[in-house]
Write a protein that binds this ligand. Structure first.
Ligand SMILES: Cc1cc2nc3c(=O)[nH]c(=O)nc-3n(C[C@H](O)[C@H](O)[C@H](O)COP(=O)(O)OP(=O)(O)OC[C@H]3O[C@@H](n4cnc5c(N)ncnc54)[C@H](O)[C@@H]3O)c2cc1C
Length: 418
């Protein structure tokens, strides 16, 4: 498909999505417009909560962002941080939301001078059957308006001379993809929100939410740093297993999975694309650090199961962390040749916020229209667009049709993604 056809196709997709030709999920959840200067509390200062706070504050609401830890200290710290609308994003409505996510990051980058590295991604698999599926997925993406294509190994090598593509006959190029430093970008969003008057309170845990006797629409948040009265509550609490039930009154079934992320010391430029090789993901940030993410989770055995029940974000000791870092560095070196000495600076276990069907949950709680939920995987790809759409919905009370498939009152079928 040529470029102008792809653009037309993308515009058509957007129209399709915004014209709400997608099936409605469950009943229509009510949303009431907020008065100017209404008080909104956003719980969770990950990349999603930070983006929502920025957009709400920019639009004049009186916003308080709270986190029990620091900005971007949970999933938005232990993440690979790849911005994409690529093959894993299915069906079309979810792909379209991710395409809008990529566009929204460009807008935010321009508005706030954010450090985002665009350069595209190169992906391939070891198994022939998986490679075939990748080719089919790339064709599907082309039909959905994405300029992805399969390259020969020679073409891929010309783009990334240091990468050993091994026996890969073909490599998928997704040229619109990018990556960011999620902690730095979240902090920039928070600072921009503060410049629009938002209050940001770190190390403050929300413990309970009460309704006031005078006005049921008002809430009092009982927090570890005192009570806070608000008109609307936004829960961007990520993988927290109980926050949605406790504060929004409904069960959001999640199957959070862990992943190891290694961040190396800075090095001169060696890689311009995000590389998704068999077993490992690699990109180099603008600050020169390589980010390594493993494709598989922990081995499924009783010892791991027991260790993981406490949801650790660090390995039990420095020696184990270093073994895991070395394991990922060795794997990365198989694909990235001629590297200088690579030393790990950070080894993190990240926990994915992962609704059971793998898709975001965005919208008012079915149990309480004044509690709004934004919990999702691919939160890095989606934060910029989710920030825009959630602010618009909360402010105006008008539902964005593009979010219809992602409401909280849908049936949650279990689908294994990530
Ligand atoms: C290994 C791994 C790789 C990933 N790779 C990618 C990728 O390449 N691309 C992509 O798009 N996505 C990726 N993801 C997913 C992405 O990182 C997440 O979707 C995103 O970071 C979620 O951001 P968030 O702000 O919703 O949640 P979080 O960053 O987890 O923030 C939630 C915050 O809520 C706070 N909180 C919870 N309860 C309370 C309370 N009661 N009081 C106060 N604070 C509270 C927590 O302290 C936390 O800081 C990956 C995730 C992992 C783990």
């Amino acid at each position: 498909m040529n470029d102008s056809k792809q653009v037309q196709r993308r515009q058509f997709n957007r129209w399709l999505v915004s014209a709400s030709l997608i099936p409605m999920a469950g009943k229509v959840l009510a949303l009431e417009a907020l008065r100017p200067k209404a008080r909104v509390a956003v719980v969770g200062a990950g990349i999603v909560g930070s983006a929502i706070t920025y957009h709400l504050a920019k639009r004049g609401l009186d916003v308080t962002l709270l986190d029990r830890n620091a900005v971007a200290s949970a999933s938005s710290h232990g993440t690979f941080a790849w911005i994409n609308a690529s093959w894993a994003k299915q069906p079309e409505s979810y792909h379209a939301l991710n395409q809008m996510g990529v566009d929204a990051w460009h807008r935010l980058q321009q508005a706030l001078n954010l450090p985002i590295k665009w350069g595209g991604s190169l992906e391939w698999f070891a198994a022939a059957e998986r490679q075939d599926r990748l080719s089919r997925d790339v064709q599907e993406q082309q039909a959905w308006g994405e300029p992805a294509k399969m390259l020969t190994q020679l073409e891929a090598s010309a783009l990334e001379p240091r990468v050993a593509f091994g026996g890969a006959g073909h490599v998928a190029l997704s040229p619109r993809d990018g990556a960011l430093d999620p902690v730095l970008v979240s902090q920039r969003l928070v600072n921009a929100a503060k410049s629009h008057g938002a209050r940001v309170i770190e190390h403050c845990e929300v413990l309970r939410v009460d309704e006031t006797a005078e006005d049921q629409r008002q809430k009092i948040l009982g927090t570890s740093c005192g009570d806070i009265a608000v008109d609307r509550l936004v829960l961007a609490t990520g993988a927290d297993p109980s926050a949605i039930q406790t504060f929004a009154g409904f069960d959001l079934p999640q199957r959070s999975t862990p992943g190891v992320i290694v961040i190396t010391q800075p090095m001169p430029p060696v890689l311009s694309h995000i590389v998704v090789a068999p077993g490992i993901h690699i990109h180099q940030r603008l600050d020169g650090r390589l980010v390594l993410g493993e494709q598989e989770g922990a081995p499924e055995n009783a010892a791991h199961k027991l260790r993981l029940t406490a949801r650790p974000t660090r390995f039990p000791n420095a020696a184990t962390a270093s073994q895991h870092a070395q394991r990922l560095i060795t794997l990365a070196s198989e694909y990235l040749t001629g590297l200088p000495e690579v030393n790990a600076e950070e080894v993190i276990i990240g926990w994915r916020p992962l609704p059971l069907d793998g898709h975001p949950v965005i919208g008012p709680s079915p149990a309480d229209p004044n509690a709004y939920v934004a919990v999702m995987h691919s939160g890095v790809s989606l934060a910029a667009i989710v920030g825009e759409l959630v602010a618009e919905e909360i402010l105006t009370g008008e539902r964005a049709p593009v979010l219809t498939p992602f409401r909280a009152d849908r049936g949650f079928e279990s689908v294994k993604r990530y």
